[in-house]
Design a protein around this ligand. Structure first.
Ligand code: PLP
Length: 442
């Protein structure tokens, strides 16, 4: 018998309410806050709150808890590393886990070219470094990014981000020479929505319109792309999309940067999502799930590109020894224990979500790869008008029933559980979503 989900007191309970009030009094007002979950501990895919409620987690702390909560191998690696030394600065000195992680990530990154690795503290710091590296190695100033993209909150990352206006409001001016173009969002594509099949106009328009009318391709250092858009709504682009972008970049000697901060480390059923199309990016970015929750990110670049001189880029904490140990253990667990199950579990999740789509007209589209599944809600299937009120209403109800969910984009529910979930967890999550939708629609 599974002892979760288990709601013993309607959340937020008394202890949770006290902590929420305290945090809301002292913490920055900028934190978005989804719902009043106050975690006390976790185990595998179960999260327990301070009042003893147990939840099934289907958002993994925004796709971070890749190995779940408290995986013994990850915890042991962290404890052993912490007992030895907490810091020496990997930018200036040497230690084994730093060398091992760089070597490991270089080997895991797709494609035949030899790679080099820079270790950061976060996703946005990896994006920031990649913008610098792309400009530095090409001598070109401009960058192309996509509408709906999320690349982080620091100025470089934020300049590439275009998923919600609130992220940018009040922060201008941004990095110059950033050009946003439509993403391969088939369900909402202005180019070929009426067409029977995708025409890939969103890619050809970069040359036919942007390069023809506004930007000299010779001034473009890089195209930054999420192989599956995350914060933008778990948008899976059409087959061949990444390949087409790769070819476009090659025609103009532009670097292709795959931001796999959310889609990487096994989430889609491959170690990195760009492997589904056998595309070798020039620069690959990782973070989130890489450390199972410990703050670590990585820029993995072709050696031919990562040639900046000593001193050109560094970081005090990036590649901290405890985080390196967590990342090495995470990669072991993901590669050998979890990854083999992700495709089957993902298919079960997708099939279950499609059954809900057949049942509820408010579901406009279900899409996903592996354990990265999006359910987009609409007011009307014919007009595809978004229903932005559904994901918050649904996540709130699910929370009260013991299921942790999260929205994405304008009107999409994202399903991104820890990779340790099993079939029973998947079925339980789908059943709770079904119950909540039934309540909301009636
Ligand atoms: C694709 C992508 N890139 C970058 C980031 C920024 O990562 P971080 O929040 O670790 O700075 C995120 C975070 O959601 C992301 O999803």
């Amino acid at each position: 018998m599974r002892d979760y989900p288990r709601i013993v007191v309607a959340p937020p309970g008394p202890k949770a309410r006290e902590i929420v009030a305290r945090q809301d009094r002292w913490a920055s007002t900028s934190y978005p806050k989804e719902y009043p979950l106050v975690i006390a501990r976790g185990e595998r895919a179960m999260v327990e709150d301070v009042d003893g409620n147990r939840y099934l987690d289907f958002m993994a702390g925004i796709a971070v808890a890749s190995t779940g909560y408290g995986h013994p191998k990850v915890i042991r690696a962290i404890q052993e590393a912490a007992a030895k030394f907490l810091h020496i600065c990997g930018s200036d000195f040497y230690f084994e886990s730093f060398a091992a992680l760089c070597e490991r990530l270089a080997a895991l990154a797709p494609g035949p070219s030899k790679k080099r690795v820079f270790l950061s503290n976060s996703g946005t710091e990896a994006v920031e470094g990649a913008i610098k590296l792309a400009r530095h190695s090409t001598g070109r100033p401009a960058v192309i990014a996509f509408l709906g993209a999320f690349h982080g909150r620091t100025y470089g990352g934020l300049s590439l981000t275009a998923s919600k206006a609130i992220h940018r409001a009040g922060f201008a001016p941004f990095l110059p020479e950033v050009h946003h173009v439509p993403y391969g969002y088939r369900y909402r594509c202005d180019y070929c929505r009426g067409e029977p099949a995708c025409t890939m106009r969103c890619v050809t328009a970069i040359e036919d319109e942007l390069f023809a009318k506004k930007v000299d391709p010779q001034s473009v250092a890089a195209v930054f792309v999420e192989p599956i858009q995350g914060e933008g709504g778990y948008v899976v682009p059409p087959p061949g999309y990444l390949t087409a972008l790769r070819e476009l970049c090659d025609r103009h000697s532009i670097l292709l940067v795959c931001d796999e901060v959310q889609s990487g480390v096994g989430r889609t059923g491959k170690m990195f999502a760009c492997e589904h199309e056998a595309v070798e990016p020039d620069i690959l970015l990782s973070a989130k799930g890489l450390g199972s929750g410990m703050p670590i990110g990585a820029i993995i670049a072709k050696e031919s590109i990562m040639r900046w001189r000593p001193g050109a880029h560094g970081s005090t904490f990036g590649g901290n020894p405890v985080c390196c140990a967590a990342a090495l253990a995470t990669l072991d667990v993901v590669e050998h224990e979890l990854l083999p199950n992700v495709p089957t579990l993902g298919e079960r999740l997708l099939a279950g979500a499609r059954r809900l789509e057949a049942k509820y007209a408010t579901i406009g589209e279900v899409r996903g790869r592996g354990l990265m599944v999006g359910v987009e809600f609409v007011k009307d299937r014919a007009t595809r008008e978004p229903a932005p009120e559904i994901p918050p209403g649904l996540t709130e109800r699910a929370f009260r029933r013991g299921l942790l969910l999260l929205g994405a984009g304008k009107s999409t529910l994202r399903l991104a559980p820890p990779l340790v979930v099993d079939e029973q967890d998947v079925d339980t999550a789908l059943a709770i979503i079904d119950q909540c939708l039934a309540e909301m629609i009636d």
